[in-house]
Design a protein around this ligand. Structure first.
Ligand code: ADP
Ligand code: ZN
Ligand code: MG
Length: 476
């Protein structure tokens, strides 16, 4: 019988924190911007410049630690991780090795066979590196230090996951927690959340872990799933052939659906870590921890409980709406403005999710404002526009957040409530479609549908279908 193998996975997740300024200087963390404009002597590593810790970074890191049940290291320090690469202007990265700010936490995930706890080994703070741009035409590489010094936390899990499903459940849970805390938008595509996957296999029942590889460059859940499955197979094939697994860092190529070796894995000693002498040790008081805990915003579970009490909408809707903090925010604000929770929920659950999916976007990318959604709901309720026009307007609003009121006025999309005009149109439709009229009169009720359709068409969609139906029946 073929041997059975178990997959063992631990993740290192880097998250960019959404502070206004960088971790050790006052430069902006805004994404984009002309190259090297969000820079200063500190984040470009000029000799003699001195870093000063951004307190917000520390507060966010502690908040994440508390939300993941970590112990907070009240006496914490920064260390220098030395390596030479042009995106790293100091020739070292300021990180934490010996005294990471948070340790020994856990995250609860849901799996097919019930809930499971994934251990958090530690969370540490560090700075991001700049970006190299390889210019093929000029045969040179350019460097942009706008990202240099953007604050990161690295969340290191225990090797507790056993499948791609568990990895994704863990990442989703982590992402939701961080988004609810408001510390990061956690977009995999844009790199504000980056997961490195450490994976090994072992024979089912074995006590010792196998040799692991670390996979980088995974920027979607789909890529992660494929990479996990591919690496598991690759390692099993090697073992079956009697070969050894080499501990190395590999790069996933999502187009090819393959990974290739980047470098052999370096150990901590290769980085010659030592305490950063430019930064004072961090002392976190008991009171401050209590304050951060008290300031913690409403998390998903609490929100679900509150929605069940406050809004008369199905539990299914609540689950979906709260699966994104941004979507939940839009829902609440829209509901306050229009007083119609079920209508607000419907627009989010049906049209919004459809358009997100079609455009390969995530709920965090929703751009329309609660004000405009509330207006659209109001206009539909007051029958200023009918539901098919509303859908049309919504699609535009989804793209560019237009004001639906102005838009329908500009485009003349208001429902025609002039009964005489409608009557005249219906009479013309009846005259032009004798067959359908005969069918209807001889008992084929369905024939009316066609006549409604023809009338709507003649009215350019700007009639109220209910009213058209009523008048048609009358005139027939
Ligand atoms: P290093 O110090 O070399 O970075 P760590 O012990 O910090 O290694 O582990 C890094 C990551 O690799 C952690 O997320 C950990 O859970 C995971 N890991 C460690 N050993 C294994 C293994 N044998 N198989 C899979 N993952 C592992
Ligand atoms: Zn700077
Ligand atoms: Mg490590």
């Amino acid at each position: 019988m073929a041997k059975q193998y178990e997959t063992v996975i631990g993740l290192e997740v880097h998250v960019e924190l959404s502070t206004k300024t960088k971790i050790f200087c006052g430069c902006s963390t805004a994404f984009g911007g002309a190259p090297n404009t969000h820079t200063c002597p500190v984040c470009t590593g000029m000799p003699g410049s001195l870093p000063v810790l951004n307190k917000q970074v520390l507060e966010y890191a502690i908040a994440v630690g508390l939300a993941t049940e970590c112990a907070i290291t009240q006496y914490s320090k920064f260390d220098r991780k030395n390596y030479f690469y042009p995106d790293n202007p100091q020739n070292y990265q300021i990180s934490q090795l010996y005294l990471p700010i948070c340790r020994n936490g856990k995250v609860e995930i849901e799996t097919e066979v019930g809930s499971k706890t994934i251990g958090i080994h530690e969370i540490h703070m560090e700075e991001d590196a700049g970006k190299l741009i390889h210019d093929e035409w000029e045969e040179c590489s350019l460097v942009d230090y706008n990202r240099s010094g953007v604050p990161l936390i690295e969340i290191v899990s225990e090797p507790d996951m056993r499948s791609a499903q568990e990895v994704i459940a863990y990442l989703e849970k982590l992402r939701l927690t961080l988004q609810y805390l408001g510390v990061s938008d956690c977009k995999l595509q844009e790199g504000s959340m980056r997961a490195d996957v450490n994976l090994s296999v072992r024979e089912a029942g074995a006590k010792e872990f196998g040799t692991r590889t670390e996979m980088k460059n995974l920027n979607s859940f789909r890529a992660i799933k494929r990479a996990v499955e591919n690496e598991r197979e690759r390692q099993i094939d090697l073992l079956e052939a009697g070969d050894e697994i080499i501990q190395e860092t590999r790069r996933w190529d999502d187009n090819k659906g393959e990974s290739y070796a980047m470098r052999s894995k370096e150990d901590a000693q290769d980085y010659r870590y030592f305490p950063d002498p430019d930064l004072v040790p961090i002392q976190v008081s008991d009171e401050w921890i209590v304050q951060i805990k008290e300031r913690q915003p409403e998390m998903r579970a609490e929100k679900i409980t509150r929605y069940k009490k406050e809004y008369d909408i199905p539990e299914y809707d609540i689950e979906i709406i709260t699966s994104s903090k941004h979507m939940a925010d839009i829902f609440e604000k829209t509901t306050v403005l229009c007083g119609q929770p079920k209508k607000a929920a419907n627009w989010l659950m049906v049209e919004t999710l459809r358009l997100l999916k079609e455009n390969g976007m995530e709920p965090e990318d929703i751009r329309f404002s609660p004000e405009n959604l509330a207006k659209l709901i109001g206009l539909t309720e007051e029958k200023v526009i009918n539901s098919s026009v509303a859908k049309e307007v919504f699609e535009i609003m989804f793209d560019t957040n237009i004001d639906p009121q102005l838009y329908i006025e500009e485009k003349g999309l208001k429902t025609v409530n002039d009964e005489d005009a409608l009557r005249r149109t219906i009479e013309a439709v009846i005259g032009a479609n004798p067959q359908s009229v005969e069918d209807y009169r001889s008992g084929k009720e369905k024939a009316i549908g066609y006549l409604v359709g023809q009338t709507m068409k003649a009215m350019h969609g700007k009639a109220e279908p209910g009213m058209v139906n009523k008048l048609l029946k009358e005139l027939l």
